[in-house]
Design a protein around this ligand. Sequence first.
Ligand SMILES: C[S@@+](CC[C@H](N)C(=O)[O-])C[C@H]1O[C@@H](n2cnc3c(N)ncnc32)[C@H](O)[C@@H]1O
Length: 301
Amino acid sequence: MTSHSIAQPETFEACAPVGARPVAPVKASLVYLRSIGVDAAHKVLKRRSRDRVLVEQDYDAGDWKREQAAAAWLLNPTLTDYAERAHLHRDLRVTVEGRLHTMPARSYYRYRRHRLASIMEEFAPDTPHLVELGSGTGAIVFELAATLPDKSFLGLDLSQRGVEVARTIADHYSVERAEFDRIDLLDPASPGYQRLEGQTVYSHYCLEQLPRETESIFRNIVAAGAKRAILIEPSFELLGMSSLRDLATWSYVLRQDYQRSIVQSARKLEAEGLIRIVETRRLDFVSSHRHFGTLLVFDRV
Ligand SMILES: C[S@@+](CC[C@H](N)C(=O)[O-])C[C@H]1O[C@@H](n2cnc3c(N)ncnc32)[C@H](O)[C@@H]1O
C-alpha cells in the first residue's frame, strides 16, 4: 500500500460521526455560558501562569501519572481498541462539525483518528515518517499508527514519564513503527532537535503549553532543519467574538494561560523570509464543548 492507503470510501465512512446526537441550541448555549462563568471565576480566584513547574505538575506528575496507573492498554486487546478508547463505555459531550453533540466515546475517538489522519494525508501524503513534538504518552502517535499503516512515527516530549508510558504501550502492542524520546522545545541544544533535520513534524495541543515561547520554538524548529510543520493548537486568533461557542474557547485559553499567538508568530517568520505559510484553518472537532484547534502548516524556506 502507498501512503495514500486510506481508501476514500473507508475514510469518508470512518469520518462520519456515528451515533452523534446534536445538543439542542438552547441547552448548548447554557453549556457555553456556564463554562465562560466558571472560567471567569477561575481566572479571578486561581491565577495560572503557565511555566515549567505548572507544565510538569499538569503532565509528568498529573495526567501522565494517572494514565500510567490506569494502564488502559491492559484493557484493550488491540492497538485500534486502545486508540479508540474502547474501554470507555460511556457518552461524551463533544464538538463535531462545529456543533455540540453527545456521542459514544469510541465513536468520537474513531472519528478523531480518521480526521487527524486525513490532515496528515492532505499535508504529508508522501512522507513515510512523521515526528510529533510534545507527544505526551503517545495518544496521537498511536491513533495515527492505527490509521496510517505505511507511516512510521517518532514522538518527542519533555516528560520522562510520558516517554516511558508511550514506550510501554508500543512494546505492549509490538508497534515497531513508533519510537519515543525526549526533547525540550525551549532548548535549541536539546538532543531531540537533532532528529528534526529534513523531517515533517506535527504537534497536537503541545505549543499551547508554552504561551510566551511560540516564536522562539518556531525559530528552533526551522534552525533544526524540519522541512514542514503541521501544527494543531488551540484556536484563538481565528475565533469569532460574536459566538458563545467561540467565547467559551477564548475564556478557557485565557483561564489556562495557553498559547494564543500561533498565527501571528508564523506571520512574523514569514515576513522575515524564514518560512512560507501553507495553511491556516479552524478545525471543527474537539473532545469537549470548547478548546478546538487551529491548523497551521508552514514550510521552511
Ligand atoms: C496537552 S499535552 C499533549 C500531548 C499529546 N500531543 C496529545 O495530544 O495527547 C502537552 C504535552 O506537551 C509537553 N511539553 C510541554 N512543554 C514542553 C517542552 N518544553 N518540550 C517538549 N514537550 C513539552 C508536555 O510534557 C505534554 O506531554
